[in-house]
Design a protein around this ligand. Sequence first.
Ligand SMILES: O=P(O)(O)O[C@H]1O[C@H](CO)[C@@H](O)[C@H]1O
Ligand SMILES: O=c1cc[nH]c(=O)[nH]1
Length: 235
Amino acid sequence: MSVHIAAKKGEIAKIVLQPGDPLRAKYIADHFLEEVKLVSQTRNIYYFTGKYKGKEISVGASGMGIPSIGIYSYELFTEFDVDTIIRIGTCGAYTSDLKLFDLLNVEFSASESTYAKFAWGIEGDLISHQGTAFGQINETAKGMDLDIKPTHIHTSDIFYRKEEGLPALAAKYNCSAVEMEAFALFANAQHLGKNAATILTVSDIIPTREQISADQREKALKPMIELALETALKF
Ligand SMILES: O=P(O)(O)O[C@H]1O[C@H](CO)[C@@H](O)[C@H]1O
Ligand SMILES: O=c1cc[nH]c(=O)[nH]1
């Protein structure tokens, strides 16, 4: 049991799939896992542990933003001995070259956030995925005939902003999409020597204002969910 996760030691698997949305975690547990147990619901941030094709997997939410995933991923790695976290999130595309429901595998995250510097003394505004999960996702996607793009993304603290143009940091690192958590997940994993990857589904095309619905953000992300589950079998 940690400050924010009520599970007992041993109730969380070595690999955790982590959406931002607690109801997406519940949807995955309800539709894809067997022998499921709800192991934490502190603050309504659900964590479930169950079996996928016989393999023990946990799925639980990070909440939204760097501070929130900073807390949950740190407690998972340090208090529950989790080895690998695969974030499964949604993102906004900065370019209309990307389409709704495209899948991205995050190679690097760029951020204006001071989280990595002040938490761990990690300097710089760009952090890589950590460990082998990124490569396993690409391999697994090939085997499933799924198109996934290795991508640089922007992890921002901002969802709504005055200026609609490409933020300077996103331009600097050629980021084609934006979300709000990967940078802190990668920073925690780098500091602790753990595996961390992020798969994103494009939910918004920022230049054209196309977007998927709130219900689709919870339930229509099946290719990303199946890709993460199939990848988890390899750990
Ligand atoms: O769909 P999730 O995983 O929550 O990810 C994205 O969606 C939220 C914003 O709507 C932020 O958390 C952002 O990173
Ligand atoms: O952070 C995010 C997530 C989805 N869509 C956005 O525009 N931003």
